[in-house]
Design a binder for this molecule. Structure first.
Ligand SMILES: [Zn+2]
Length: 84
């Protein structure tokens, strides 16, 4: 069983990981993150560590599929639109 990464306090762009949020079978751990803009969002660990996710969605999105973030931000990754 893979060890859970401890990302507490680690910074990824504008995001700082604050606490583990939930574990999913498919994607592993998701973490609660605090963005510099003040919002709290939830992101997959692999997105954070790969550099795919670097803000809550307030930063200019560089990885395509840009328009999903605003209305679905609580349920989808703001960067790729993937359902969390
Ligand atoms: Zn933000």
């Amino acid at each position: 069983m893979p060890k859970r990464l401890d990302l507490t306090g680690k910074r990824f762009g504008k995001l700082v990981a604050t606490a583990p949020y939930a574990k999913t079978k498919k994607y592993g751990w998701k973490w609660l993150c605090q963005c510099d803009c003040g919002r709290q969002t939830i992101h997959r660990v692999d997105h954070l560590t790969s550099g795919h996710t670097r803000s809550c969605g307030c930063e200019k999105i560089k990885f395509g599929k840009t328009l999903v973030a605003q209305t679905l931000e609580r349920r989808c990754c703001p960067h790729c639109g993937e359902v969390l």
